[in-house]
Design a protein around this ligand. Structure first.
Ligand code: ZN
Length: 438
């Protein structure tokens, strides 16, 4: 829809009348504490969304992800999927948001589940990641339906479980059940907080593993009679410092990952533990004298779309095997804990082009294409759903996610809702699409 057309004006005017509703909706969502873990109140928030979306003429389904991690009668993994058909056949645009939030943590000055509005910002756990994005997409759809009831195709909105713990009881489950098959859905927008002027094309991959080194227990006064597993782990860390980290830093991706530092391969060492169990805080017990026979680390290796998972695994195994050859008595075990594939949508894909053009039209400046250092639900839509036409686009600053005093700006939500509504107009109304010549 041209920004000069009367219908565009009507859409933007309609949207502006909904600001108070957007604030109230965001507050309502924040006030349902959907903490994950353990996965609280998923049913309550799905019921809330179900009622709202049915009022808008959506057909809704409640789907419990049975037998996925964490699903149990006390903490069932509920999802809601809503669909509204247009007047004629056409493409389906799906907005998918996760309903769960991470733990609160210390350092808050606002009530984390109060949804307080202060200076144009709404505060609370999940405000930015990503209840603000969910609310903006609902308001965008409502405004679009108000002005363009004659649209073609279909609109879907889903609220999904467990993204913060991998999405297995959420988008991955729905994708396995066919909810993201390319026959059913053609365009997916994930309103994660990537900033209102950015289109996020994808994310890096991740591989998590535990590495254990072994030794032999002996009396601490005669360590030469045993074999210290922690010293062996020291050798592992040395070889990582000398060889792995410099090699990873040299690898650069063509993906537009932000921040810049994440355009290389990276690895975090999450934890290290060796020797005797730590004593509880406040304990006055003294250490016993033992040579440790085991030391474990957990690594979090983020890899680039240009790397392969096998290459990532083999590189680390190769360094450890080298130590096994060269270092007396060195032995190790490596256990994979989890992995997720990188995902990258082409910037010429219809949904990417459409959202970018809508940003330029609504905000009057060119969109920035970015990719995310950490992963989100796109990996499941890509790998399981086999749907490549997916981007993340939503209000809020990623830097605020998971922090104390998390907030989302009302003006940012309104702007993103305008971009989403304009994207719907481009994808679901007749007329030339972005990039097509008339
Ligand atoms: Zn999120």
């Amino acid at each position: 829809m041209e920004p000069t057309s009367p219908r565009y004006d009507a859409l933007m005017t309609n949207l502006r009348t909904r600001e108070r509703d957007l604030i109230a909706l965001t507050q309502d969502l924040i006030r349902i504490p959907t903490l994950n873990p353990p996965g609280e109140n998923y049913r309550a928030i799905c019921d809330y969304l179900d009622q709202r979306l049915r009022r808008m003429g959506f057909a809704t389904e409640m789907i419990r992800a049975h037998d996925t991690p964490g699903d149990c009668d006390e903490y069932p993994r509920w999802n809601v999927v809503a669909r509204r058909e247009g007047r004629r056949a056409g493409d389906c645009v799906h907005f998918t948001s996760h309903i769960d939030v991470v733990e609160v943590g210390a350092g808050w000055t606002f009530d984390p589940f109060g949804g307080e509005l202060h200076d144009g910002k709404i505060y609370g756990r999940g405000a930015c990641d990503m209840k603000g994005g969910l609310a903006a997409s609902i308001i965008a759809v409502e405004a679009f339906l108000g002005v363009c009831p004659d649209f073609a195709g279909a609109i879907e909105i889903s609220g999904t479980a467990d993204e913060e713990s991998g999405g297995y009881g959420g988008v991955a489950y729905l994708a396995e059940k066919g909810y993201f098959s390319p026959q059913k859905v053609q365009h997916v927008i994930i309103p994660e907080p990537l900033q209102k002027d950015r289109v996020c094309l994808g994310h890096r991959g991740g591989w998590w593993a535990e590495i254990e080194t072994f030794g032999e227990i002996a009396h601490g006064s005669m360590p030469f009679l045993g074999d210290c597993a922690i010293r062996h782990m020291g050798a592992v860390l040395d070889v990582f410092e000398d060889k792995l980290f410099p090699a990873m830093a040299l690898r650069r991706t063509d993906m537009p990952v932000v921040p810049e530092g994440a355009r290389s391969s990276t690895m975090n060492i999450n934890s290290i533990h060796g020797g005797q169990r730590e004593t509880p805080a406040g304990s006055t017990a003294l250490p016993s004298h033992c040579v440790p026979d085991s030391c474990r680390i957990v690594i979090d290796r983020r890899y680039l779309v240009e790397e392969s998972l096998d290459g990532v695994r083999d590189e680390i195994a190769g360094l450890l095997d080298g130590l096994k050859r060269d270092r007396p008595k060195f032995d190790y075990a490596m256990r994979e804990l989890n992995h997720v594939i990188p995902s990258m949508t082409d910037r010429d894909a219809p949904v990417a082009r459409t959202v970018a053009a809508a940003i330029a039209q609504v905000l009057g400046k060119p969109a920035e294409f970015v990719a995310s250092p950490g992963s989100y639900d796109q990996k499941h839509i890509d790998r399981i759903g086999k749907l490549k036409n997916c981007v993340a686009y939503g209000p809020g600053l990623l830097e605020l996610a998971h922090k104390p005093d998390e907030y989302v700006g009302v003006a940012d939500m309104m702007d993103s809702a305008a971009v989403m509504a304009q994207s719907l107009a481009t994808l679901l109304l007749p007329g030339p699409k972005n990039g097509e010549t008339t």
